[in-house]
Design a protein around this ligand. Structure first.
Ligand code: DGJ
Length: 753
């Protein structure tokens, strides 16, 4: 396999050149020559004589760290941009406050080894072959691989373990990408038991932690809690990202709100088991450490081997939670997505899952395709059920040949039909899974994650293929490559419908088997990279029973994600709000499905459902055979209207004008195009009570001097609303909407004259 995965540099090389002329990575007092190797024998005087300080500037952020008098790398500052000429002080290790509050524990190290009396979360913990587990990392050298990047080499005070810390600053957004490479130059193997990508520190203050939690069909719940002493652990032990926690955080200071106040935020780019700890120490300092989940971790590094951690991105804003998410959205669109920096807008799609489930047939899908095309849909996607002996979820996974009973002439007739209707064709796959009732499992029962002689726990009657194995990787790449080579497929919906159990890899010696936690995910990424390279026209969605695999790792290889199997529009309003804290609407697929909804048995109008989904990347997932002429006409009209604001919604700046998470019966979002020439806004009421009016909406992000014309996509503004007015009017005076009833929505666009 000669496909290079995206590792370092941490931004795409093409973008690094954009930074010319920006005040980036001013290395104060540092040179790129190697600092004399730090050893136990080195005197304090020698160390004090060479204490470099490093400063990274980007967007509105400055990040600074340096070497303290002991030789440790210590964070100095993370916050709003400092003056270009401001002197950054050389860091001093914290004082020992008491024997129980020692200096090593209190010093905000950039990347602390577990040793010396560290009780905070270590960034790195190892066991050497002789049983020594003390690791004390001191500064060795720095180098600057390019204008926006900086590498810092640390080494243990006596053992040949080195850590290279990688820093890449995005000059526009100020989003910092950090990762670490751990290398064993000892004569014997070393077991890495814990490896973070980075640790970030904040000084004592009153902070509020924001994080996302959930479950299947209930992803994207925004939680807000005061940070108190002790640890809040956000994690997945499941082998993949998980529905339960998402690897994102935002920390607001004091009374930071949606559009004001200081917010520090971050996201981990890893789709395997992960952990972020947010910890306030006994002296009230806060440390955020993120990387591989140390639970059951044990990566044996043979002499000369390295382990690269995922990237842990971070950013800062003084524009509140809204400012934080807008910045992250822009960064993801511009630097993370496979089509960055100019990802195509997501087409309006039709997906067959809720209409037919696994009962897919050639005539059935063709009938749906005709209806979808009549609505103005761009892409038709056939979901689960087309392959092997797949009739229910009890069989077929692993056997990726077309089911001849359902498609006697293969996929070609359906694909031809879809294309003749003016749409492109997408297909569902679940490549990492196998049903015990499949030809693949009967032939290769050893290919699944398992511990020999132990039960194999099934979930949805399926087992997880051990993608870390080279033969399994070859099989998975092989069948996908064949499928894409033999059929005109423009899109894959890549599903993943269970978490791990019995994560054994018995082909390896016992001390190597835990590598599965790293190699599985790396092979997933490399398959995606290789498929994209070989089939550049194909787009891919990451799905995991809804939103179980959404993170900045998978988003380097996939164009969009399926946020939740819950498509109830009322639930979607809060889910979309939570999702948008971390991820851009560009990647958030939002289907309109049938009513009453299968999950909550709630009935809503097609208009309401359409408007909710039009805040994201719109799709239809309903059984169109059951829609009447009026519903079809409404959907067609709103799809046409969506096309006019599609780029603004998907790629504009998002303002959460009224968040449904505030317990309000009202909610509203607004998107403004990058050039401020267009805005689209959506407003919803759950249930009007006592005749209350919808709150006046003061729009945001417009050009105050420009004149914008108001167009209704759906719903009415108050009769005295001007047909056109300046951005200043729409932002300061605002707009009153005539919006009352149960589950009602309205949408408008503002177009610059
Ligand atoms: C879970 C996905 O989230 C659904 O959209 C659908 O594709 C099913 N899997 C198919 O089994």
């Amino acid at each position: 396999m000669n496909v290079r995965m995206k590792t370092f540099p941490l931004l795409k090389p093409a973008l690094l050149s954009v930074s010319a002329g920006l005040a980036f990575a001013v290395l104060l007092g540092a040179t790129s020559e190697a600092f004399a190797q730090t050893t136990a024998e080195q005197t304090a005087a020698q160390r004090a004589a060479y204490q470099p300080v490093f400063r990274l500037d980007g967007g509105n952020m400055t990040y600074a760290f340096g070497v303290n008098e002991r030789g440790e790398l210590q964070q100095i500052y993370w916050g709003g941009k400092l003056g270009a000429g401001d002197a950054i002080p050389t860091p001093k290790a914290a004082m020992e406050l008491a024997s129980f509050d020692n200096s090593y524990n209190n010093t905000p190290q950039e990347y602390a080894g577990w040793g010396q009396g560290l009780y905070m979360e270590p960034a790195l913990k190892v066991t050497f072959a002789d049983g020594n587990r003390d690791l004390v990392l001191h500064y060795v050298s720095s180098n600057k691989p390019d204008e926006n990047s900086l590498n810092i080499v640390l080494k243990d005070i006596s053992r040949a373990i080195t850590v290279t810390l990688h820093y890449t600053m995005d000059p526009d957004s100020g989003i910092l990408a950090r990762a670490a490479t751990i290398e064993n130059a000892e004569p014997k193997a070393v077991v890495v038991e814990q490896a973070a990508a980075a640790a970030y520190s904040l000084p004592p203050a009153h902070y509020t932690l924001n994080y996302l939690s959930g479950r299947w069909a209930g992803e994207w719940t925004l939680n807000r809690e005061t940070i108190k002493q002790g640890q809040r652990v956000l994690e997945s032990r499941r082998g993949s990202t998980g529905h339960q926690n998402n690897p994102w955080f935002a920390i607001g200071k004091g009374d930071a709100g949606e559009e004001n106040g200081e917010v520090w935020y971050g996201a981990l780019a890893w789709s395997g088991s992960w952990r972020i700890t947010v910890e306030q120490d006994a002296l009230d300092k806060v440390r955020v450490t993120g990387g591989f989940n140390p639970f059951d971790f044990g990566y044996t590094l043979k002499p000369g081997e390295r382990l690269e951690t995922p990237i842990f991105y971070s950013g800062y804003t003084h524009h509140g939670y809204g400012g934080a998410s807008r910045s992250l959205h822009r960064f993801i669109r511009g630097h993370v997505l496979p089509q960055a920096p100019n990802p195509k807008t997501r087409p309006v799609i039709y997906n067959s899952w809720e209409a037919t489930e696994m009962n897919v047939t050639e005539p059935g899908q063709e009938a749906l395709a005709e209806k979808a095309a009549a609505l103005g849909i761009d892409r038709f996607i056939m979901d689960d059920g087309w392959f092997g002996q797949r009739k229910t979820d009890h069989a077929g996974l692993g056997d990726w040949y077309v089911n001849k009973e359902k498609f006697p002439n293969g996929l070609k007739p359906l694909i031809d039909k879809v294309k003749s209707l003016g749409m492109d064709f997408g297909l569902w796959v679940e490549p990492e899974m196998v049903n015990p009732d499949s030809d693949l499992y009967r032939k290769h029962p050893d290919w699944v994650l398992n511990f020999p002689g132990r039960p194999r726990t099934e979930q949805r009657t399926q087992l997880v293929l051990n993608l870390a194995r080279p033969d399994v990787r070859a099989y998975v790449f092989g069948f996908l490559d064949k499928l894409l080579s033999e059929n005109q497929i423009s899109f894959l919906k890549w599903d993943y419908n269970r978490n791990w159990s019995e994560p054994g890899w018995d082909q390896l010696p016992g001390d190597q088997q835990k590598r599965v936690y790293v190699e599985f995910t790396r092979n997933l990424y490399s398959i995606l990279a290789e498929l994209r390279a070989k089939h550049p026209g194909v787009e891919i969605e990451s799905c995991s029973g809804g939103g179980g695999r959404v993170d900045l790792g998978i988003l380097r290889y996939t164009d969009e994600v399926w946020p939740s199997d819950n498509t109830d529009p009322l639930d979607r309003l809060t889910q979309q709000d939570g999702f948008s804290r971390a991820y851009p609407v560009q990647v958030m697929m939002a289907w309109v499905t049938d009513s009453p909804h299968w999950l909550n048995n709630r009935a809503t109008s097609v208009t309401y459902r359409m408007l909710v989904s039009m805040q994201g990347s719109l799709g239809i997932g309903a059984n169109l055979n059951n829609w009447n002429a009026e519903e079809m006409a409404t959907a067609k009209r709103l799809i046409a209207a969506y096309h006019k604001v599609q780029k603004t919604v998907q790629q504009g700046d998002l303002y959460r004008l009224i968040s449904p998470t505030d317990g309000s019966e009202f909610s509203a979002t607004e998107s403004v195009s990058a050039d401020k020439s267009q805005a689209a806004f959506f407003a919803f009421v759950h249930s009007t009570q006592e005749g209350r009016s919808f709150p006046r909406l003061q729009l945001m992000g417009l050009d105050p001097a420009a004149t914008y014309a108001l167009t209704s996509i759906e719903g009415k503004a108050a009769p005295d609303t001007p047909a056109e007015a300046t951005g200043a009017w729409w932002m300061n005076h605002g707009i009153d909407l005539m919006l009352r009833g149960d589950f009602q929505g309205a949408a408008f666009s503002l177009d610059k004259k």
